[in-house]
Write a protein that binds this ligand. Structure first.
Ligand code: GLC
Length: 600
């Protein structure tokens, strides 16, 4: 897109969107449980926050007729980009270098305008509860006829919003979000008389205004959470609590306010999430066993079992929690369990999820049906499982973590978020992290192409799509969760690239996204192999698209700030890990009493 065209496209909207910057927050709100429902109520005067936005939005996009000169003094370039128009409207040929300079300046200007629009939209998406900002609505799309649950505050969707506010040093909304969702955690949640574990965090919540009991004229606001008991497919959001812990740490690091994490209720909240995740079960694997759709991919897509995204978030949350848990007698067992799990989990993922050309060749030559303690092919993977696409696709340099590992099953699909977050959290080794970025560069045309970033690669097609997705019409090949392109993933990519000191990769992706997002009205996702079309059922003005873009821009401008999200492997963990490697399973297993336990 020519830059002047972009100026025309976005300038009008940037002018007319109205920032809502007035946050004022006093002390925290007392909760009052309602007898009949699961909602938290608080008396208030009625307030309606969103109804006027739709008109505003139309107004803003209907008004694109600012002329370029009034913006910058530039005019549209000819194909060589070498014309400049002065105020007297005369065309003057100028030097190539000057033209480049101008082009850069105008690109910078366009970028600033898009960023300003994004901030305005992000502020418009803020949801208030009793006068205080507590989150952002998932999508604010005036063109969509069915809202479904996109008018709710999703925990996972709020993370990039929260980070954007932290980076702007606007801490209140994040603090409120953390405390309010914490209250929801201990809410009674049931489905058909069954309750999940107490530490479960909701997928989303909504602020409802309802008549005040006993006073027909007054209303009150209530928080109404959804733990999956109303969600499409009734999936429990395993990722919510993990993201909550990650955001809590980022809040402390960014604001310097450690009083929040030290609060007893917050400490209890962390422990409840950990207890739920660390509870003993039937599993032989240190990875977290979950049902299908427990995370960003919240519909059936064949990711049940031990999906990478959950493992990466789990590892990251354990690392963050370890930093935040107050040392006290009562939590010694929990901290021990946490440390043991960290070591076992990183070993398991680094060893068994990792794939590159060498490993692929090993799998190709695997012997099967090895009944022994020192089997090489522990999970009994039949080499015929290697999909034909992967044989061609795997680059000579680079590698990645596969999507899932189960007995006799490797899901070889590349899942972006899991790979990015494994880099960010140091779940993978330094070399593996670099190899993931090498693969992204080598496979740019497949993973990024016209819009960053594919949620997974490749798409399930034909019979595989029918069987695995249940013929889901939303998840047709190269759409939505099935190989669609999600701009929100930009921010996680950016943190991973900054961690590995390769920000130029993220900058390249941001530039591609910036060329389309505002013009396309900030879609939720894009379709087709190259991400050329706005997704079939994609919402517009999707908040985490907007926030993801902003976080990327802010972090690329200030890379050191990305530290609030990263965790580094510590030396004790690394030592324990190398012990595990040397005593590893390829050797004979000893009797239980001689087995080492790794307590860090
Ligand atoms: C879709 C996405 C999910 C997201 C939600 C709200 O269901 O799959 O990840 O949280 O929309 O945006």
């Amino acid at each position: 897109m020519a830059s002047s065209e972009a100026i025309l496209q976005v300038f009008g909207s940037a002018l007319f969107t109205k920032p809502d910057s007035a946050y004022s927050l006093g002390s925290f709100i007392n909760y009052k449980k309602r007898n009949r429902s699961n909602a938290i109520r608080f008396p208030t005067t009625p307030t309606i926050r969103f109804e006027n936005l739709k008109n505003k939005r139309f107004e803003s996009f209907g008004c694109k007729c600012q002329n370029a000169e009034s913006v910058s003094g530039f005019t549209a370039e000819n194909e060589n980009g070498t014309w400049f128009v002065d105020n007297a409207k005369e065309f003057i040929p100028i030097q190539e270098t000057d033209a480049n300079k101008l082009k850069k300046e105008s690109e910078g200007l366009v970028s600033d305008i898009i960023e300003k629009e994004a901030w305005d939209l992000l502020r418009e998406s803020i949801v208030h509860y009793c006068g205080s900002p507590i989150g952002t609505i998932a999508a604010n799309d005036p063109t969509s006829s069915s809202v479904l649950n996109y008018d709710q505050v999703f925990i996972r969707d709020f993370i990039p919003s929260g980070i954007a506010f932290l980076l702007k040093e606007e801490y209140d909304i994040v603090r409120n979000f953390i405390l309010h969702t914490l209250q929801l955690q201990s809410w009674e949640k049931t489905m058909d008389c069954h309750s999940p574990g107490q530490g479960l965090m909701p997928a989303s919540f909504k602020v409802r205004t309802v008549p005040l009991e006993g006073d027909e004229k007054a209303t009150e606001e209530v928080l109404d959470p959804d733990f999956g008991e109303a969600a499409i497919g009734r999936v429990a959001p395993v990722d919510s609590g993990l993201w909550w812990i990650i955001l809590l740490r980022a809040y402390g690091k960014s604001s310097g306010d450690m009083s929040l994490v030290e609060r007893i209720d917050v400490q209890t909240g962390i422990k409840m999430i950990l207890k739920l995740c660390l509870a003993d079960g039937f599993d032989m694997f240190p990875t977290l066993l979950v049902a299908d759709g427990p995370c960003m991919i919240d519909r059936r897509m064949g990711i049940h079992g031990h999906p990478l995204e959950i493992q990466a978030l789990f590892y990251s949350a354990l690392m963050c929690a370890r930093e935040m848990l107050a040392p006290e007698d009562g939590s010694a067992d929990l901290i021990r369990a946490l440390n043991n799990r960290l070591v076992a989990l990183s070993f398991h993922i680094r060893e068994y999820y990792w794939i590159d050309l060498k490993k692929l060749n090993e799998i190709y030559r695997y012997k099967t049906e090895e009944y022994s303690y020192d089997a090489v092919n522990k999970f009994n993977i039949y080499p015929d499982q290697i999909p034909p696409w992967l044989v061609e696709w795997m680059p000579n340099n680079g590698g990645y973590l596969i999507g899932n590992l189960q007995p006799a099953h490797m899901d070889f699909r590349f899942f972006s978020l899991g790979n990015f977050w494994s880099v960010v959290s140091s779940l993978v080794t330094f070399n593996q992290a670099n190899a993931i970025l090498d693969l992204i560069e080598a496979k740019w045309g497949d993973l990024v192409a016209d819009m960053p970033f594919k949620i997974c690669y490749p798409a399930l097609e034909g019979q595989e799509w029918q069987i695995i997705s249940g013929s889901d019409p939303k998840n047709t090949p190269w759409s939505y969760h099935n190989g669609g392109s999600w701009p929100t993933l930009l921010w996680q990519l950016t943190v991973a690239c900054i961690k590995m000191d390769r920000p130029e990769i993220a900058a390249r992706a941001v530039k591609i996204a910036e060329g389309r997002l505002a013009q396309d009205k900030w879609p939720e996702y894009y379709d087709t192999k190259r991400g050329r079309f706005i997704g079939k059922q994609s919402r517009l003005f999707q908040t985490w698209t907007i926030a993801g873009y902003l976080v990327s821009k802010l972090l690329l401008a200030n890379p050191e700030k990305a530290k609030i999200l990263m965790t580094d492997e510590d030396s004790e963990l690394a030592n324990a890990f190398s012990c595990l490697i040397t005593s590893n399973p390829r050797k004979k297993r000893g009797p239980k009493s001689s087995q080492k336990t790794y307590i860090v």
